[in-house]
Design a protein around this ligand. Structure first.
Ligand code: PLP
Length: 424
């Protein structure tokens, strides 16, 4: 038994059960990934013991020489990875990164434009009861009802009419690329800051498979645990002129001691993200999403009333539109859960069903690509998903067959074999 198993069998059992769940099911939540073991090792290290308020070379505590080294490595690597002038690697999460970036550049009451939550935006882009919606005057922009793509004419009209201090571009559920140059042009017309939240697609940007927002934006925020594949955390990249304001907004503005063990894990993830292998991984992620969209656009699925929002994908996820389907988002999520595929239901723009039920599914490929899936395996997953959604009533026999197909893929691509206890 391990020290944890000896001391606290209840927590150890839950951790072990979660490992087995991750190993034996197919993880397709678009915001999730599997951190490499080296990242887990850094995150589980003695750096968790260290207080290091301040920044490398300017700390409020003694004994920071080694965490200084780690934090400098993380900063240098992420600047290099994205070609950014300045970086702050201390935000505890994506939400804290956004809070600090806004805190640095805005005053309470300032006007901000952000993508509506119900149209694919994130809570921190101005949802009413989030800090962003309470502190700032947020005007949401939307996707068009026709092609479900972001309405840049609306962004421009809102900007000209309300002269915001900041425009936020970025999304949690949107399957297409953003036009950063168009956002920049609009921001310049009204003297607004442009902040891009690339949390979802940062891994694709790092691999050069998605346009980079860095040349266009004043500030770029991201999480490190989605396509980027690192530990759970946040980062703020910026132009040099904003670095001082941003650093002081993170600490002492928003946070106390940084999580140096997580910063060490971020540094490891940035090293991995600069590798050739990472490019190949992100390419499989994209190819997988395309294969999934292709299967879900086939005639048999279309006849059931289900379709793919925007008619495809240019990123790591597919949004399934169930507005015309008898199956609602919750039923679809439950069906897939039953056969061992984890996804999340998601409201689609102009969703007729209540948010707890919803009419959409968000399905992502990063975690399975990390597991080693290529196009062939993604085609098989896509077919399993299509058949699960199409089944008239998913009876036990049919569910069992689909579950076996999903289970075979999981068995063929073992996850974290080095973490499994011998004999398991
Ligand atoms: N920004 C975007 C676009 C996101 O999708 C998310 C999380 O889903 C976040 C920020 C927040 O990240 P975290 O959950 O680490 O606070």
């Amino acid at each position: 038994s391990t020290p944890l198993g000896e001391l606290d069998p209840a927590v150890a059992a839950a951790v072990e059960a979660e490992l087995v769940r991750q190993q034996s099911t197919l993880e397709m939540i678009a915001s999730e990934n599997f951190a490499p073991v080296a990242v887990l090792e850094a995150q589980g290290s003695v750096l968790t013991n260290k207080y290091a308020e301040g920044y490398p070379g300017r700390r409020y505590y003694g004994g920071c020489e080694h965490v200084d080294a780690v934090e400098r490595i993380a900063i240098d690597r992420v600047k290099e990875l994205f070609g950014a002038e300045a970086a702050n690697v201390q935000p505890h999460s994506g939400a804290s990164a956004n809070a600090a970036a806004m805190f640095a550049l805005l005053k309470p009451g300032d006007t901000v434009l952000g993508l509506d939550l119900a149209h694919g935006g994130h809570l921190t882009h101005g949802m009413k009861i989030n800090f962003s919606g309470r502190l700032y005057t947020v005007l949401p922009y939307h996707v068009r009802g026709t092609d479900m793509r972001i309405d840049m004419d609306e962004v421009e009209q809102l900007a000209l009419a309300h002269r915001p201090r900041m425009i936020v571009a970025g999304w949690s559920a949107y399957p297409q690329r953003l036009d950063f140059a168009a956002f920049r042009r609009i921001a310049d017309q009204v003297g607004a800051y442009l902040m891009v939240d690339m949390a979802h697609f940062a891994g694709l940007v790092a691999a050069g498979l998605h346009p980079s927002p860095v040349p266009y934006a004043d500030v770029v925020t991201t999480t490190t645990h989605k396509t980027l594949g690192g530990p759970r955390g946040g980062v703020i990249l910026s132009r040099k002129e904003y670095a001082k304001k941003i650093n002081s907004a993170v600490f002492p503005g928003q946070q106390g001691g940084p999580l140096e063990h997580v910063i060490a894990a971020k540094a490891v993830a940035f090293k991995i993200a600069a590798s050739e292998g990472f490019k190949e991984l992100q390419q499989r992620t994209l190819d997988g999403a395309r294969a999934l969209a292709g299967r879900l656009l086939a005639d048999d699925v279309a006849e059931s009333g289900a379709t793919v929002l925007t008619g495809g994908t240019h990123v790591h996820l597919v949004l399934v539109d169930l507005r015309e389907s008898e199956l609602d988002g919750r039923q679809a999520e439950d069906r897939l859960h039953r056969i061992g595929i984890t996804v999340n239901r998601n409201a689609v723009p102009n969703d007729p069903r209540p948010p707890m039920v919803s009419s959409g599914l968000r399905i992502g490929t990063p975690a399975l690509a990390t597991r080693g899936f290529g196009v062939e395996q993604f085609r098989e997953v896509a077919d399993i998903i299509a058949r699960t959604l199409l089944a008239e009533r998913l009876d036990d026999a049919e569910a069992g067959l689909l579950r076996d197909r999903a289970g075979k893929l999981a068995a063929d691509f073992p996850l974290y074999p080095e973490l499994s206890k011998p004999g398991k």
